[in-house]
Design a protein around this ligand. Structure first.
Ligand SMILES: [Zn+2]
Length: 84
């Protein structure tokens, strides 16, 4: 998929934060700080773009990240800074 012609400018990143059913025993250490977590969350970055027909859609160009809720919250700010 060629996003360069249809991407919204500036690329608006959106994030979905979902709580996982389990902690570090199942998913491993937090990918942001490396510490164990009782409750794991997954952060999924989504990129909004406009289709050639004009409707807006989302794609998932970046891998999701597992970690603490507060670690992922600070991570979204870093990703947002990278995207602009
Ligand atoms: Zn963490």
């Amino acid at each position: 998929m060629n996003l360069t012609q249809t991407a919204v400018t500036p690329a608006p990143l959106a994030f979905r934060l979902s709580r996982c059913k389990g902690g570090s025993d199942k998913y491993g250490a937090c990918e942001v700080c490396g510490e164990q977590a009782d409750t794991m969350y997954i952060l999924t970055p989504m990129l909004r773009y406009v289709r050639p027909c004009g409707t807006e859609s989302v794609c998932f160009p970046y891998a999701g990240k597992f970690g603490h809720k507060k670690c992922l919250a600070s991570h979204t700010e870093q990703m947002q800074a990278l995207a602009v």
